[in-house]
Design a protein around this ligand. Structure first.
Ligand code: OAD
Length: 231
């Protein structure tokens, strides 16, 4: 029998219990920084030092954290379902937990790319990217991050995955940033949908949606077990 496909859309909230700061919660990153000051093409042109420092700190911290039970539960799900993860996160905690199929919509902290040729992407050695660090063609390297105002090339495969979902699970995202926030509207009307977020709003007009207002670390393992049992 063919496995049912579960598509997961994750956001910063799934990594919160690992110790990664979210963006828009009370102590979120966007309380200390203005988005356009560190996460925009203009910032890169006007203040490269601050942008490098911001992502260097995020990257350095990534080496100090571990996946949590929510990441691991999604790995267990692969025993019984075709699991496809679409993540807005730039951390690598899904991969480190062991998930096989992870699509990064907003880039990856541990990767850098050429400022001239966007297809020239490589892994950074260690946590620090510096002014003067160059790709093999001699241009300055930048963080491999989708900044505000930039295109989201992976949105097309992400939309295709969403269309193909038998079950769709959204975990730990404020659903304020598009196009990621629109993916749920690509999912078939009849497909069961779950939204796990302690601060989820009740006002979504999405069919077959169950909202679970709990933290990911406790509720994702429970949902996973329920889905496996009900299979
Ligand atoms: P946000 O910071 O906007 O939202 C995080 C969500 O996680 C909030 O809705 C919280 O309620 C929820 N949350 C907090 N703790 C949680 C927990 N323990 N379990 C489950 N949920 C929890 O982060 P994102 O929605 O991921 O983009 O933000 C989207 C994008 O905006 C990011 O990818 C980033 C940001 O600017 C870029 O930088 C390109």
């Amino acid at each position: 029998m063919e496995m049912k496909r579960i598509v997961v859309l994750s956001g910063a909230g799934i990594s919160a219990e690992s110790g990664v700061r979210t963006f828009r919660d009370n102590n979120g990153l966007w309380n200390n920084y203005r988005i356009e000051e560190v996460a925009s093409p203009q910032a890169w042109l006007n203040n490269m030092d601050l942008v490098l420092e911001f992502y260097n700190q995020r990257r350095k911290q990534l080496y100090e954290v571990e996946p949590n039970p929510a990441h691991y539960a999604l790995v267990d799900l692969e025993q019984h379902f075709d699991v496809q993860i679409i993540t807005q996160n730039v951390d690598d905690l899904h991969e480190r937990a062991g998930s096989s199929n992870v699509l990064h919509l907003h880039g990856e902290l541990k990767k850098v790319r050429s400022t001239v040729d966007p297809d020239l992407v490589c892994e950074l050695d260690g946590w620090e990217l510096k002014k003067g660090d160059q790709c093999e063609k001699g241009s300055q390297l930048r963080p491999h991050i989708v900044w505000f105002g930039e295109a989201v090339p992976e949105i097309i495969p992400a939309a295709e995955l969403s269309v193909s979902a038998d079950i769709f699970i959204v975990i730990g995202t404020s659903l304020l940033v598009y196009p990621a926030a629109g993916l749920i509207h690509y999912v078939a009307e009849g497909a069961p949908k779950y939204l796990i977020d302690p601060n989820a709003s009740d006002s979504f007009s999405v069919s077959n949606l169950k909202v679970i207002k709990e933290k990911a670390g406790t509720s994702v393992p429970v949902l996973v077990q329920n889905l496996i049992n009900a299979r």
